[in-house]
Design a binder for this molecule. Structure first.
Ligand code: NDP
Length: 366
């Protein structure tokens, strides 16, 4: 996977960004360690689980990697050795129901292809586990709703892996917008893309991915728009373009959308699987601007504001942060800020973007 440009651009600054802060906060983190760490079962041992989530779970103060679910037996052997996972905590997708009697597991973290999230989330919930699900939550509003209903019925908590909701540089931008530090927010330009490799991968298959670059990375720009405005769009208008009709036979290669928000803010966004180099946003305000470039990497996100100061808050591992928050929510019985409803709402707008492309006109929301 080292040839994968997606991983390279996301990881290139992560190590640099994470190290100093971790050293700085370690004392506090361990001082607060609870008596028992919640056990997390990782479902799907692909790139994100291997390179980001499992390493993050070695650092989390209130949860730990306790179990794995995989369809690939050779991976199970490697993970058992690497993370000291006992045989009894190894499952495949068909045996997840057996988790019900395993007290080592409190949370299932679903990291499989998008259209498998529902099945794996429901299996975890039915076994009496809380569910943390990667973005996009699922490939249709109906399937998101089924996940919400299923986890609710089980009396468990559901969270979606929106790491930027906890990223301090993003939160600083939300503060600048909300407090109108540079005046009213007027225009947001948010873009994210990468040149996708292997033409056979699931990200290019509609039934597994639900769509292309929009579902995968465009969702971050939508999140930025909703976070900065604190509003929901009035209308969305979109168009797509393809330069490789063979590779992108099933899903979009590049998609552009614009949206208007109730306060009058307009948002413009491009997501693409055709090129590297787009991974930031800029917000124009009545008296200036602010933004992050890069905004969406695993580490090293930073930016500027027009009145001078850099926005460059060193952050802990984003996956560690979101997982510790979810575990805190469970332990302290407080709602998560990245609830299933947020995931469903995003999927509603993603579907509206596709609908607008298909119809060739804006889609409005009442
Ligand atoms: P990968 O393709 O690297 O891994 C997916 C894993 O899912 C596979 O390795 C496999 O694990 C399992 N799997 C089960 N069924 C299938 C199937 N039919 N086809 C392919 N894989 C299958 O994907 P990623 O790790 O990059 O992405 C997984 C999820 O995480 C996606 O929803 C994605 O959107 C999200 N993601 C989120 C990111 C973030 O920053 N929050 C970043 C990257 C991805 P096994 O062999 O163990 O069964």
């Amino acid at each position: 996977m080292s040839h994968n440009p997606r991983r390279q651009f996301l990881t290139q600054t992560a190590a640099l960004a994470a190290t100093p802060l971790l050293a700085g906060v370690a004392g506090d983190v361990f001082a607060q360690a609870p008596a028992r760490k919640l056990g997390v079962a990782l479902v799907g041992l692909g790139s994100l689980a291997t390179n980001q989530i499992a390493p993050a779970l070695l650092k989390t103060r209130n949860c730990r990697l306790s179990a794995i679910v995989t369809g690939t037996p050779s991976k199970a052997d490697d993970w058992k050795k690497k993370y000291g996972i006992p045989d009894k905590n190894v499952y495949d997708y068909k045996t997840m129901n057996r988790m019900a009697d395993n007290k080592d597991i409190d949370i299932v973290y679903v990291v499989t292809p998008n259209s498998l999230h529902l099945e794996h989330a429901l299996a975890g919930a039915a076994a009496g586990k809380h569910v943390f699900c990667e973005k996009p939550m699922e490939i249709s509003v109906e399937r998101c709703q089924q996940m919400i209903d299923g986890v609710k019925k089980a009396g468990k908590m559901l969270g979606v892996g929106y790491r930027c909701q906890f990223e301090p540089n993003h939160l600083e931008c939300v503060r600048l917008a909300k407090e109108k530090v540079l005046g009213d927010l007027k225009v947001i330009d948010a873009n994210f893309g990468f040149a996708i490799g292997d033409p056979t991968q699931w990200r290019l298959k509609k039934d597994l991915a639900g769509g292309g670059c929009l579902m995968d990375v465009g969702i971050y720009c939508l999140q930025t728009a909703r976070m900065l405005t604190g509003e929901e769009p009035v209308w969305i208008s979109a168009a797509e373009t393809k330069t490789d009709a063979v590779k992108f036979k099933e899903v979009e290669e590049t998609i552009m959308w614009q949206a208007k928000f109730p306060s009058g803010v307009v948002v413009s966004s491009v997501s693409t699987y055709a090129a590297n180099g787009l991974a930031g946003f800029r917000a124009a305000t009545a008296r200036g601007w602010f933004g992050l470039e890069p905004a969406y990497f695993y580490g090293g996100n930073r930016g500027r504001r027009s009145d001078g100061p850099e926005i460059n808050i060193q952050v802990a591992d984003q996956f560690q942060t979101e997982l510790e928050d979810f575990a805190d929510c469970i332990l302290n019985k407080r709602p998560t800020k990245v609830a299933g409803e947020m995931g469903l709402t995003d999927v509603k707008y993603l579907m509206a973007i596709y609908d607008s492309v298909k119809k060739g006109r804006p889609v409005t929301f009442s």
